[in-house]
Design a protein around this ligand. Structure first.
Ligand code: HEC
Ligand code: HEC
Ligand code: HEC
Ligand code: HEC
Length: 462
């Protein structure tokens, strides 16, 4: 390697060369030193890069090295946090209040105060007493314990989606006994809100839903969870809780999902009609009603994102860089707070444009919600007027059925958490039908009045 330098030095020392030749050799020597310098620096840089890559690889391996062993029923996220500090840190943020978005966010919003029409629509049902917008997972126990609805009489069933301790309790006492135990007793044995054990297998860290009602419903639909893809699991773990459900009966509050016929509203409605089910009877119209819970999973499944294979976690748990790692952000919240990582991973529109597209969909949905509420309240009032004027139950049966049809559609969209975004066309379709059924209910009640010789038109301006 040192050969050229030695040759030139020798040649220069012996002076056995012409001046031109000597100059050229000096020049070559300078270039040689330059090359030497560059190669030394280059070698240093390449080595540094290799060391860095190696370190990153080691860090990557270390992620799943257990610092502490995690037991099969370990419900405390802090214990999991020893092994997975980054996921734990982001999970802990779910109790942080990041404020409101136009229709969502983590402020504790009082839905009844924001929309007093709900008191008429849910009259006779506990939702007309207290109904708050949801917030982060870390609040799940605090919020279910403090809600006035149902008071002390809440069955264990209400606790199904609220705690990681449930997985242990289902194992120990079986799901049925869990449902039949009063919630205030279960709470004594639970100290952790929704956390790691609700979504992960503690041995492999794979995603796995644990809610017995979800497992039962998927089986009923012939879906084998053991062959579900990773991408499907990234929605299934949410589908354990963010769904429509019902209790078998007041005496036997066993939890079920009405999914046997499919996930669209019509499938769910048929399911309830077939088993002759109702949650309560509306005191003003006399209709037998269904209270829809929060069908985020069902509505999402009818939309363009689900159809394109986009999962709940893609938007609500986007990748986040922590040092050299990419982790799933466990601060599950409104994606409008994380548009860059939640949406721009797929869409090239700028942040403002993306937010506006969401806003356009949500405002359109909200406007149709308003119109549906007005129409349903008109239906309720007309049926009540007919009843008060002495029209018999048989003659009002059709109007009551139509009231139920209208309200289940409106409630499906209103109780869902995305204000239409999860499936924009399906949302406006259902709200359009809600308005149509409500007006049909109103006309049906008016016809019933006319038939009995009671003038209905004079009472209403159409
Ligand atoms: C394509 C992205 C995307 C997908 C996929 C998605 N969501 Fe959403 N989600 C949103 C947006 C946008 C909102 C509206 C947020 C707002 O109004 O602040 C939202 C709202 C919500 C909210 C209410 C949040 C709040 O701040 O009140 C919940 C709960 C929710 N989604 C659950 C789910 C579940 C469960 C799934 C899967 C079944 C899902 N989402 C799939 C984008 C998505
Ligand atoms: C609501 C469900 C849910 C909860 C609760 C949850 N995770 Fe996750 N976790 C996920 C999802 C979804 C992924 C993405 C998995 C995938 O893409 O295969 C994930 C991924 C992970 C990963 C893999 C690396 C990564 O970041 O993508 C680790 C480790 C992890 N979670 C740890 C935890 C810990 C620790 C807790 C409790 C503090 C926790 N998780 C709570 C849903 C959850
Ligand atoms: C074990 C049941 C359970 C699971 C599993 C679950 N959630 Fe939730 N989620 C809830 C409950 C309950 C709340 C409301 C907590 C409250 O308000 O106290 C909630 C709240 C939310 C919110 C509102 C947060 C905010 O800041 O307003 C979003 C968004 C959300 N969940 C999305 C998801 C997604 C996405 C998944 C799957 C990765 C998921 N959830 C899995 C039960 C669950
Ligand atoms: C994993 C990829 C992915 C992510 C993440 C994603 N999208 Fe999409 N989005 C799609 C695909 C695919 C379509 C369908 C577009 C098509 O086929 O032309 C779509 C469609 C849309 C549409 C049109 C909807 C309609 O009804 O026509 C809007 C608006 C949209 N996305 C907004 C968002 C927002 C806002 C977010 C973040 C909260 C988001 N997307 C996150 C892939 C994604």
């Amino acid at each position: 390697m040192f050969l050229p330098s030695r040759v030139t030095r020798y040649a220069l020392l012996t002076g056995n060369l012409t001046p031109a030749c000597q100059n050229m050799l000096k020049y070559v020597n300078k270039i040689y030193i330059l090359i030497l310098l560059v190669s030394v620096i280059g070698t240093f840089l390449v080595t540094a890069l290799l060391v860095n890559i190696f370190e990153r690889k080691e860090e990557g391996k270390n992620r799943f090295v257990q610092v502490v062993p995690i037991g099969d029923y370990e419900s405390d996220p802090a214990v999991w946090g020893h092994n997975f500090p980054d996921e734990y840190d982001t999970w802990r943020k779910t109790t942080e209040n990041y404020g409101s978005t136009e229709f969502g966010g983590s402020n504790k919003r009082d839905k009844l105060a924001e929309d007093p029409r709900l008191k008429i629509l849910y009259a006779g049902y506990p939702f007309s007493i207290e109904y708050n917008d949801e917030r982060g997972h870390g609040w799940s126990i605090v919020d279910v314990v403090s809600i006035k609805r149902l008071g002390d009489k809440k069955p264990g069933t209400c606790f199904t989606c609220k705690s990681s301790d449930n997985i242990r309790m289902w194992h120990e006492m079986g799901a049925e006994k869990f449902y039949l135990t009063p919630m205030k007793e279960l709470v004594l044995h639970a100290k952790n809100p929704i956390s790691c054990l609700n979504c992960h297998d503690p041995k492999t860290m794979e995603l796995r839903p644990a809610n017995p009602a979800f497992l039962e419903a998927m089986k009923e639909r012939g879906i084998d969870l053991s062959s579900a893809t990773r991408q499907e699991m990234r929605s299934y773990v949410c589908g354990q809780c963010h769904v429509e459900y019902y209790f078998e009966s007041k005496e036997k509050p066993i939890l079920h999902f009405p999914w046997k016929n499919g996930l669209a509203l019509e499938n769910i409605e048929k399911y309830y009609d077939d088993i002759n089910f109702h949650d309560w009877t509306h005191p003003d119209s006399g209709a037998e009603m269904i209270k829809i819970q929060h069908p985020d999973f069902e509505l999402w499944s009818t939309g363009i994102h689900a159809r394109s294979g986009v999962s709940c976690a893609d938007c609500h748990m986007p990748f986040k860089r922590v040092g050299s790692q990419k982790i799933s952000n466990h601060w599950v919240r409104s994606p409008l707070m994380t548009v860059a990582s939640s949406c721009q991973s797929c869409h090239r529109w700028d942040e403002n444009e993306l937010k506006q597209r969401v806003s356009i969909i949500q405002r359109r949905t909200r406007k149709l919600m308003d119109q549906s509420e007005v129409a349903i309240i008109d239906a309720i009032n007309t049926i009540k007027t007919a009843k008060d004027a002495g029209v018999d139950d048989a003659s009002l049966q059709e109007a009551r059925k139509l009231h139920r049809r209208a309200q289940i559609r409106w409630d499906f969209i209103g109780s869902e958490n995305g204000m239409g975004f999860h499936s924009p066309q399906e949302s406006v379709r259902l709200l359009a039908e809600a308005i149509d059924f409500a007006r049909q209910a109103q006309i049906s009640a008016m016809k019933a009045m006319e038939k009995k010789g009671k003038s209905s038109l004079s009472k209403f301006t159409l």
